[in-house]
Design a protein around this ligand. Sequence first.
Ligand code: HEM
Length: 421
Amino acid sequence: MKHSIARFFLHFHPKKVRAEAIRFDRTFGLGGIAALLFVVLFITGMMLRFAYIPSAGEAHDSIVNLQQEVLFGSLLRNLHYWSAMSLVVVAFLHLVRVFYSQSIFEERRKNWIYGLVLLFLVLSANFTGYLLPWDQLSYWAVTIMTNMLTYIPFVGNGLADIIRGGDVVNENTLLRFYHFHTGLMPFLMIFFLSVHFWLVRKSGGVALPAGTDKKMTDVNPHLVYKEIIVALILLLAIFLFSVFVDAPLLEKAKPLVSPNPSRAPWYFMGFQELLMHIHPTFGAFIIPLLVLIFFISIPFLKFTEIKKGVWFYSSKGKQLTILSAVSSVIYTFAFVVLSDTVLDLSNRLSGWPSIISTGLLSSLIYFIPVALFILYLKRNKQACRMEIIIAIVTFILAAYITMMLTGSLLRGEGMQLIFLI
Ligand code: HEM
């Protein structure tokens, strides 16, 4: 029995791998950590189903009951909640790792796309679970997010109505989210994860730079022991965190009384912040769509040279990553503050159609300097195409994180910047 369990787990790996591939700093174990978090979520989620009642009248009480009356109920909920939040962070870091270590080209292209689908599923699973406690936090976060969908031209209203099961978040939404969260999402994730793991093996494991030592090593024990150690540390960390820090639960949802400020879930706060400066047709539709198309297309672009497994492509690539990240944080934050104060286009140009003033104009004000910055990297720094792509991705990621942190931490009542109140 012991042996058959061990053999089952060894199916995830070949018998031997390149010794260089199992160095911790190649992957930081992020894919494996994400996989383990998914397992923790699956098991704790199954257990939570025994206590949870998916109806607007009883959902909140069932969570309170779980926390107060069920032995280790709070711990169970905390484990599920903190694992879910960690998975968002870890999946994002894993994306960052595979991108910067140039592990998304040629035979790994498909896995980049499957990875993007997985990220979408991780966020959707997280978001659909967010509503289930039916408290003020979750109710209004989902209201904000589903309202954002209505800004997608032509299909937005219909899409939002389908997701909510009506024109506001209500009992139908809760039931839909419950079935998505506990049925469809886990099923889709298992499917896409299986394909993802299979493609990792099919493409020869972790990408390594050309000329790396070809020495092979036994997976068992060399890789298996490392994996066990990482898994035990992770489980211990999540367990201890869940013992000491409770998952948030506010009072039961009041559909007529919105909290001030009402916020989207933290990982979508970047969009909420963006919509405060740029018209929703641009902020909630055109810009995210262009970014998505750009991300999907990266491994399909033509490059003169691909350096699989080489972090940041070159030492110049590394320099430009730092320059781009720092510029993006400073510039994006300055844009946010100026847009709230000096620019204030919605009031200044109140006679203009908003799609022109806060839409086109605001977007141009943000993006023209960004385009000039990219031109500067090309002309003055003689960056090659791959280095430019790395700089653009860095700029986008850093801008989103800056918006997310500003919206989450620096805005108070009425979504005013706290240092300007
Ligand atoms: C629940 C989410 C995910 C899980 C559990 C997961 C798991 C894994 C694992 C175990 C590996 C093997 C190497 C490693 O540990 O890094 C891997 C490789 C890979 N993943 Fe993911 N992944 C997830 C999400 C993503 C996302 C969001 C992306 C990017 C959009 C992505 C793209 C890739 C690529 C391109 C590889 C091949 C990298 C290489 O060969 O070096 N994955 N993934």
